[in-house]
Design a protein around this ligand. Structure first.
Ligand code: ZN
Length: 491
């Protein structure tokens, strides 16, 4: 009897210690000793054990050696008092299969997104058929990739009958929504009406057009991307452009964008923000994609370039009139100073918008302007903290809010019973320092190399081991550099 008892203890002990392996589908398993950040803005709780069953969170309970769950001998990941958060939702990505003429085959992006904690992406324009195929493969776990929502882009001005044809065709292909970019008022109004008819959500990148955020409010646009259109709706007339301003010149475009927020009338801006809140228009600011405008030196010397910058991106980022957003050939200190001030007004508008009840999400738009996939989103989190949001709110923007805007708020974006087990396990406390989310081989802000890093990312309860994926990415980058020797290194 005693022997049997001893054996039971030992057997259970060894079963408990068995760690689940990278990319294995296990019906039922356990995360132990986790500090849990639910995602809704409440403080961390723990240590807790999280029981995962059939890809969903089945139970969350206080960690106890003698609990029934522990005794069940399930496969386990011991979080070792690290933090468990909902996986991040990246609301602005472009899946890229080639950059600057250089092949950039998957899983380069997929691994980088997962490794940086991103379990869901909203693709706002890429090779549609290929990305739809990958959406299905990801849903069936045939590839290691985040969950995908696909919104193909419609850019510029079109006749209503052509818009109808295009949107109908997209809907037939099974898209999740649409991205509209730089349309005049007439095109935007027609396109919004047709999108509504086909039941499709709309993400809108407004340009300098005869439309602005008031048109988004009237049309009930799902998200305003970036920020254009918001201060534009609060101007007295048009922006004070110099006579030689040429909108086709990207140096001009980005330069004078940096002088836009200061021209907004703050009372008018207040009504615009209230209008967005009332019409349920969410805001996906992508602060990160303009960071080079306010600090070129920082943007061009990111610590992840050494190991993770694909030569296709590196080539594309070089100042050139041919690559969108690579406008730095004539950038000046004065431009940076204007942009630094621009950010302060933008930050304040975001806080006011959130105070009124507005929904802010997180997105990176990487692949442009020195931003690398996944790392871009983590930098976005830091910038949202800089805008004045508590890290708990920033995490809410990246999880709960994204899920809500995607129409998935009842199953994604929270560490909560019944929700999909899309989670990250971090070796450290991101509430104390968001830079602990950076990959393990990149020192945190404090230079600490003994902690930090997302160790596991889960999608549908399947655990992906981050160091394993990052090692594969480093190999892909080394190989691509060898095949595409280029004689400049961004840093
Ligand atoms: Zn974009």
């Amino acid at each position: 009897m005693k022997l049997l008892f001893l054996c039971m203890l030992l057997c259970m002990g060894s079963a408990q210690a068995e760690e689940i392996a990278h990319n294995t589908k296990v019906n039922e398993w356990l995360i132990t000793n986790a500090m849990v950040v639910v995602g809704v803005g409440t403080p961390a709780e723990g240590p807790k054990d999280i029981h995962i069953k059939q890809g969903k969170i089945q139970q969350i309970q206080s960690s106890r050696e003698d609990s029934e769950l522990r005794k069940a001998g399930l496969k386990t990941i011991d979080a070792k008092s690290g933090y468990v958060l909902p996986g991040f939702i990246n609301m602005h990505v472009h899946t890229m299969y080639k950059r600057a003429g250089i092949e950039m085959a998957q899983p380069y992006q997929h691994y980088l997104w997962l490794a940086n904690g991103i379990t869901t992406i909203r693709d706002l324009g890429s090779d549609l058929d290929e990305t739809l195929k990958q959406r299905e493969q990801s849903a069936k776990h045939e590839i290691i990739a985040p969950r995908m929502f696909v919104y193909p882009g419609i850019w510029g001005n079109h006749l209503e009958k052509d818009l109808e044809k295009t949107i109908k065709n997209y809907q037939k292909k099974g898209v999740d929504g649409l991205k509209f970019g730089m349309m005049d008022k007439q095109t935007f109004t027609s396109a919004s009406k047709i999108a509504k008819k086909y039941g499709l959500k709309v993400a809108n990148h407004v340009g300098v057009e005869d439309m602005n955020a008031w048109d988004n409010i009237n049309a009930g646009t799902t998200t305003i991307e970036h920020w254009y259109g918001v201060p534009d709706a609060a101007l007295h007339g048009v922006q004070n452009f110099p006579p030689d301003m040429n909108y086709s010149n990207e140096l001009h475009r980005f330069r004078y964008a940096g002088r836009l927020w200061r021209e907004a009338d703050l009372d008018k801006l207040d009504s615009v923000l209230q209008g967005m809140v009332d019409a349920d228009v969410a805001w996906n600011p992508t602060l990160v994609i303009y960071e080079a405008s306010r600090d070129l030196q920082r943007a061009t010397s990111s610590p992840w370039f050494n190991d993770y910058l694909h030569p296709g991106l590196e080539k594309f980022f070089q100042p050139s009139a041919d690559s969108h957003g690579s406008f730095f050939w004539g950038w000046t200190t004065t431009d940076e100073v204007f942009w630094k001030n621009n950010y302060q007004i933008w930050f304040k508008a975001l806080r006011d918008f959130a105070d009124k009840g507005g929904i802010i999400t997180t997105g990176e738009d990487a692949g442009y302007i020195y931003q690398v996939f996944g790392f871009g989103l983590l930098r976005e989190l830091q910038l949202q903290q800089e805008a004045g949001f508590h890290p708990l709110e920033v995490i809410k923007h990246a999880t709960v809010n994204g899920a809500k805007v995607l129409g998935q708020g009842d199953q994604l974006g929270q560490v909560r019973i019944g929700y999909k087990a899309d989670l990250i396990i971090v070796n450290g406390n991101p509430l104390a320092d968001l830079s602990v989310l950076w990959p393990r081989n990149i020192p945190t802000m404090t230079g600490d190399e003994t902690t930090g890093g997302i160790v596991w990312t889960l999608k549908d309860g399947i655990p992906y081991h981050v160091p394993t994926m990052l090692k594969a990415v480093r190999e892909m980058v080394r190989k691509a550099r060898k095949e595409n020797p280029i004689d400049y290194l961004v840093q």
